[in-house]
Every structure is written in C-alpha cells, then in structure tokens.
Write a protein that binds this ligand. Structure first.
Ligand SMILES: Cc1cc2nc3c(=O)[nH]c(=O)nc-3n(C[C@H](O)[C@H](O)[C@H](O)COP(=O)(O)OP(=O)(O)OC[C@H]3O[C@@H](n4cnc5c(N)ncnc54)[C@H](O)[C@@H]3O)c2cc1C
Length: 437
C-alpha cells in the first residue's frame, strides 16, 4: 500500500514513528504543507518561517538520501492532502498526533474520510518501530519548492542572531550542553544573563520536532551531573504534559501605542528594554525573562492578554501554542514582577543594559537601572531614550493591589461556587515559573 507521510511539527527522519510505520506498509510520499491558515495566524511571524524553511531544507536532504524526496506544497491542508492522494492513488495517510490542532484536525479527518482516505495518527513516543534504512518512493512524486515568507503573507522579520534552523545545528547545540555548558553552569539559573549557558536553548528545535524528546532524554546522562539531568528531565516532562493541551484560534488583537513601544524595547524601563531587544535580536530568552517581559506588559502597562501574547509569540522562535498560552496565563495570574529590582539583581553592573541600550551610555552606574533619578536625566530621557511609559513604582503598587484583589475574589469564588482545586493555587502564587515544573 502506498502511504502519504504528513510532516508537521516533526521535521526529522530519525526517531520518527510515523515514517517508520509508513515504511513497513509500502511506498512512501513524504509531504509538508505550508498552510496559509497557519501562517496568517496573528501569532505567526517571519522568524518562525525562517526556522522552518531551514529545517525543511535539511529534512528534504535527509529524505532524499533515504530514497523518497519531500513533496512541498502551499495551500490549505484540507485541499492539498486529498489532491495529492487522488493524483497518486493513495488511500492512507500517517502522521504524528498533535493535540493543539485537534479541533481543526477533526474537521480535516471528515474531509479525508469523505474521499475514502484513512488517516492514522501515532504518538511521537510510539515504541518499537525500527527506523527505515531505505524508503521506496511513490512513483511520479513532484518535489515542489520551499515557499518564500512573503508568499505566505509574512512581513520581513530581521533577527540577526536567530538560532540556526536545521537538525544538525540542534545536534551541535545539544552536544555543547552535554559535554560543556551543562557540566559547568548551574542549570535553571533564573538570570537571563546566564540563560544561554545554563539552559539547553533547544526549544525551537523541539517545537518543530527537529530533535525528538526521546533522543534528547537519551543524550542527557553521560557527562552531566545527576542534578542537571533531573532538572532538565523535569522540564521535558512539563513539555510532554503541555503536549496534551489544545490551543484555540485567536482573532488578531491590535497593539496599543504602549505595547508597540515596549515591543521595540522602548518602555523606558532599562532592564526590561534590554531583554526585549535581546529577544528581538535572538528569538530566544530564558524562562524567567519571558515571565518578566510578559509581566511588564500585562501588569505594568495593563496591556490586553491576547495582544501581549501575540506580540511575544511573534518574537519567540520556539513559539509553541500548547506551551505558550498556558505559561502566559500563569504569568497573568501570578504576582507582578518588578523589572527594576530584577535588573538590579541579575545585572548589577549593568553590562547587559549597556550592551542592548547603548543610548544609556552616558548614565552613571549608580543610576543605570533608574535613570530618571539621575540629575543629568534631561540630556538622555525623552531625547535618545524614552521616559518610562508608566511610573514604575506606582504601576507595580497598583498591579500588586489588583493582583491581591483578584486572589481574594478567586478564593471566595472557589469556596462558594466551585469545590474543584484551583489550577493556580491562590495561596501560593509562583511567578518563578521554571521552579515549579
Ligand atoms: C510566558 C512564557 C512563554 C513560554 N513560551 C514557550 C514557547 O512558546 N515554547 C516553548 O518551547 N517554551 C515556552 N516557554 C517555556 C520555557 O521558557 C522555554 O521552553 C525555555 O525557556 C526554552 O529555553 P531552553 O530550550 O533553553 O529550555 P530549558 O530551560 O533548558 O528546558 C529544556 C526544555 O524543556 C522544555 N521546557 C522548559 N520549560 C518548560 C515549560 N515551562 N513548559 C513546557 N516545556 C518546557 C522546553 O522544550 C525546553 O527546550 C514559555 C515560558 C514562559 C514563562
């Protein structure tokens, strides 16, 4: 039987149960569909596509080596898949199950069934399937081209230090962690400055499935201290749990002027701005920095939840709806974080701020985190660098008061209306999200 293997967020050939399963059934047509509905989503961005496009190049090479080149198509999956099946006389599709697209997938399944096509979905952790050494290609398959970002309606999205897409870049990063970084730095450090060394930085590779969770878990022991293996395993378990969550489609939420300024790293809060610029330039920040950025937007600037989420999601190369929206909810429900104190704690010498906010070069060290207190502030603030968008102390006080009110209301609501346990315990709000995995 000829089989279409649908690649989605699993852009690899190794440890790929769906591909292994298909190879046992007959000739294989590997397909990736760039569905405009996905790429028109308000949380999608050019940097996401750049990562995927590089991954597809390598996936195509790997599949060609195995004997069945990748067919790339642009269009609605509900039209492209039946068309490809009809053209090649295929009646069976195999893919991995993806919880966050489940509602859409149910509709797609009905379309396929109406065409007499069965769709088999496997867990990415299905055991016991040997990797194929060779694939038999479906006859007459046409490769197609990787669509340019613009044809998917994506705007230019400069990200000069973006992580290299492609599985081999991910393997190198993993190697650098298990043989070097992970053996030295304290893993799980909250400091955004230590983050690049002390955390894996493999999230984009996991989001798009260039590496499987299983191969990551298998690579961890070895040279790494047991406490590091334990910490990373806990995070991977959180990822596995998040993989069960469904995501919902969201209408585009417009940015307010304050949120737009913050998204450019121009909120007037030096450490938060430095983090935002770093995120813009790299597509990545560690977990604590994500919480801080989200907290500033939601609590200090009072920005709306969807608008905040879509703005941040577009900047994160590893945007994974199943993880992202759940984490953002946690930040929204947690105690507001103080961006000034965070800066003083994690960047006491201000090196990170000076690196990413060069406009503050003239500000003396003692005032770098709160430049408005410097007697010479007038020469910089409101000229080269903005005044704070919101009075930081007042914003924090008000946000904290709101948070306390919310907790009180939620507690009362929980007692009177709903005996089930709270998802977020009101008595133990935990803003340091990496610690409660
Ligand atoms: C507001 C907010 C938004 C986030 N959005 C995303 C997102 O879109 N995509 C994403 O992959 N992670 C997200 N995270 C979780 C976490 O911050 C990142 O996975 C992590 O910072 C990525 O860096 P790393 O690869 O160095 O991970 P490490 O800290 O070294 O952890 C290793 C791996 O474990 C997984 N992991 C770590 N923390 C979590 C978590 N809390 N939940 C689920 N899996 C986790 C990731 O796959 C990560 O690559 C978000 C966190 C917050 C607070």
């Amino acid at each position: 039987m000829d089989v279409l293997v649908w690649f989605r967020s699993d852009l690899r050939v190794s440890d790929h149960p769906a591909l292994s399963r298909a190879a046992t059934l007959g000739a294989v047509l590997p397909v990736f569909v760039a569905d405009p509905q996905d790429w028109a989503a308000p949380a999608a961005s050019g940097r996401h596509w750049a990562f995927v496009a590089a991954a597809l190049t390598e996936l195509g090479e790997d599949l060609a080596r195995l004997g069945a080149p990748l067919s790339l198509r642009q269009g609605a999956a509900a039209e492209v898949l039946p068309r490809l099946c009809r053209a090649r006389g295929i009646r069976h599709i195999v893919s991995h199950r993806r919880a966050w697209t489940a509602p859409r997938d149910a509709a797609l399944r009905r379309v396929l069934e109406a065409e007499g096509i069965t769709w088999e979905e496997l867990s990415e952790e299905t055991p016991g399937l040997a990797p194929p050494e060779r694939l038999t290609p479906v006859e007459g398959a046409v490769a197609g081209l990787i669509p340019p970002a613009r044809s998917l309606g994506l705007k230019d999205d400069p990200c000069p230090f973006a992580q290299g897409g492609g599985r081999r870049a991910g393997l190198q990063l993993l190697e650098s962690f298990v043989t070097g970084r992970g053996t030295q730095a304290p893993v799980g450090s909250l400091s955004p400055l230590a983050g690049e060394r002390s955390s894996l930085r493999l999230s984009a590779f996991l989001t798009w499935g260039l590496l499987s969770q299983a191969e990551l878990r298998a690579a961890l022991p070895g040279a790494l201290p047991p406490e590091v293996v334990k910490a990373v395993t806990a995070r991977l378990n959180a990822r596995r749990r998040a993989g069960q969550l469904e995501g919902g489609a969201q209408p585009a939420a417009p940015l307010t002027a304050a949120l737009a300024a913050f998204s450019e790293g121009r909120s007037g809060l030096p450490f938060a701005d430095a983090l935002m610029r770093y995120l813009r330039a790299t597509g990545w920040v560690n977990a604590h920095a994500r919480s801080l950025l989200a907290s500033v937007a939601l609590h200090h600037l009072g920005a709306e939840f969807s608008a905040t989420g879509q703005m941040l999601a577009r900047l994160l190369s590893d945007y994974d709806p199943a993880i992202f929206w759940f984490q953002l909810q946690k930040v929204a429900a947690a105690r507001p974080l103080d961006p000034l104190r965070a800066g003083e704690t994690f960047d006491p010498e201000g090196r990170f701020i000076r690196r990413w906010c060069p406009e503050l070069a003239a500000v003396p060290q003692a005032h770098l985190h709160r430049p408005w207190r410097w007697s010479g502030a007038g020469s910089v603030l409101g000229r080269r660098y903005p005044e704070p968008l919101a009075d930081p102390q007042k914003a924090l006080r008000e946000a904290a008061a709101l948070h306390r009110l919310r907790l009180r209301d939620e507690t009362e609501f929980a007692v009177i209306e709903d005996p089930r346990p709270f998802l977020f315990s009101p008595r133990a709000p935990n803003a340091q999200l990496t610690l409660d995995l």
